[in-house]
Design a protein around this ligand. Structure first.
Ligand code: S3P
Length: 187
């Protein structure tokens, strides 16, 4: 059965013969805003995993974590990732924790290519601002310490991406241009 996603281009064909570009990084690294713009500029389809899981569950990420728990959410990420094996050529923005399960990542790469939007935890937290409250893992008494902890756990996996764009060094516009260049050179 052909999977149905709520993407930036409803009904668009996502050519399975071409690899996905997958943006990874901490919450606040810019995956969604960069991915959406890059997809528009390249006339490719964009999918934000969290939005798609929220749509399917009819609940916010916070509600899913609170009512069903993180393991349930990770199972939904896995299921969505499996469906994405059947299509290609999309710009994907999984949540920041997707990288933690190598078996899940291995479903899409190869042939998919990972671009890591690198950001330090402190910068990520200030970029998120009040949107931090939409991230259940950061709605804890010391979100800074929590993000540092997650970064420590995930850093090696993030750095194992095919490409790294250091978002601390460049303006958002320049980050978008760099990702555009990388994405255009693939597939
Ligand atoms: C998570 C990041 C969130 C979301 C969920 C868990 C994480 O996505 O998937 O709250 O484990 O880092 P963003 O990276 O888009 O904030």
């Amino acid at each position: 059965m052909t999977p149905i996603f709520r993407t930036s281009r409803p009904g668009s064909a996502a050519d399975p013969s071409r690899p996905h570009i997958i943006l990874v990084g901490l919450p606040g690294s810019g995956k969604s805003s960069v991915g959406r713009t890059v997809a528009t500029r390249l006339d490719r389809t964009f999918l934000d995993f969290d939005f798609e899981i929220e749509r399917r569950e009819g609940k916010s990420i916070t509600e899913i974590f609170g009512e069903q728990g993180e393991a349930y959410f990770r199972a939904k990420e896995l299921a969505l990732t499996k469906e994405l094996q059947q299509v290609g050529n999309m710009i994907l923005a999984p949540g920041g924790g997707w990288i933690t399960n190598p078996d899940v990542v291995g479903l899409l790469r190869p042939p998919g290519r990972l671009i890591y939007l690198r950001v330090q935890p402190g910068t990520a937290l200030s970029r998120l601002g009040t949107r931090r409250s939409l991230r259940p893992l950061l709605s804890r008494p010391d979100p800074g310490a929590e993000l540092e902890r997650l970064y420590g756990q995930r850093r090696a996996a993030y750095e194992n991406a095919d490409h790294i764009v250091d978002t601390e060094l460049y303006s958002l516009q320049r980050v978008i241009e760099k990702v555009l260049e990388l994405a255009s050179s693939v597939g």
